[in-house]
Design a protein around this ligand. Structure first.
Ligand code: MTE
Ligand code: MO
Length: 260
């Protein structure tokens, strides 16, 4: 018998995905499968958070109504992720990593520098003070984790595309690859198209305050068009490259395109 997965009480994740696939238009289904066919991706596309069997039913109803907006999002990597009012923010916002909060990197602001490598004109490292001087914008967007939860948060920082322009990055390169300060390493490649997406952000603040340790101090990359694992925290370096260098979860089978 096939293995069942009951991460959410009363909801068989595998069956939910299977049922969703049945109701999807053909081309959407193909794209959805190519993108990893995860519950997270369904959450991203339907806007429904599955926490019990009735919200699972609701998600299925949404999939059967898949409309032009969903089509646009699934086929257009430049489509914008939905934004929300302040009243929708999830409090407290969850912490998540492959370890407990006590083991999260405790980065010293004075010693930290963002290293820039690869296909860029200017490979200078950036101190936090220098980065804080760059123009910043805010977004209230939904973070969706493949493990089956989502939460809405408020993030402030510099659009990554502005920074890439500033350092003279070769935007014809395929990836921007991020490395993090986690004790056993964490990294993730981002396709250039998504790196240049207007909502992709070098994030320095959460809810208007300096990014707390839990959420990636001093800098995380916020990518609201991708699943949570493609939002690296505690970033220490970025490399503009044509080589696919893999990533922490990508190497364990999660689709690198995960998201849109
Ligand atoms: N450096 C680092 N970044 C990471 C992770 C991690 O373990 N280490 N986990 C990822 C996953 S799976 C999720 S869901 C989000 C969680 O972010 P949060 O703690 O701000 O909710 O961070 C992502 N970025
Ligand atoms: Mo996640």
């Amino acid at each position: 018998m096939a293995k069942r997965s009951f991460l959410i009480p009363g909801v068989d994740k595998r069956l939910l995905i299977k049922d969703s696939l049945k109701t999807m238009p053909d081309v959407t289904r193909r794209r959805f499968i190519a993108g990893g066919a995860s519950l997270g991706a369904l959450t991203l596309l339907t806007g429904c958070d599955v926490i019990d069997s009735s919200s699972a039913e609701n998600m299925l109803a949404q999939v059967s109504k898949f409309n032009d907006a969903v089509q646009a999002f699934i086929f257009n990597p430049d489509a914008l992720a939905p934004t929300f009012p302040e009243s929708a923010i999830t409090k407290p916002f969850p912490f998540n990593a492959y370890y407990d909060l006590d083991d999260a990197p405790d980065v010293s602001a004075a010693d930290w520098k963002l290293e820039v490598r690869g296909l860029v004109d200017n490979k200078k490292s950036w101190t936090l003070d220098e980065l804080y001087k760059l123009p910043q914008v805010s977004q209230i967007t939904r973070h969706i984790c493949v493990e089956g939860w989502s939460a809405i948060g408020s993030w402030t920082g510099t659009p990554l595309r502005d920074f890439l322009k500033l350092i003279g990055a070769d935007t014809r390169a395929k990836y921007v690859w991020f490395q993090c300060a986690d004790k056993d390493g964490y990294n993730s490649p981002l396709d250039m198209r998504t790196a240049l997406h207007p909502q992709t952000q070098m994030t320095f603040k959460y809810a208007g305050d300096i990014l707390p340790r839990a959420y990636g101090f001093p800098m995380k990359i916020r990518v609201p068009t991708k699943l949570g694992f493609k939002n690296p925290k505690y970033v220490v370096s970025m490399e503009v490259t044509n080589d696919y260098k893999g990533g922490y979860w990508e190497d364990q089978g999660y689709n690198s395109f995960s998201g849109s």
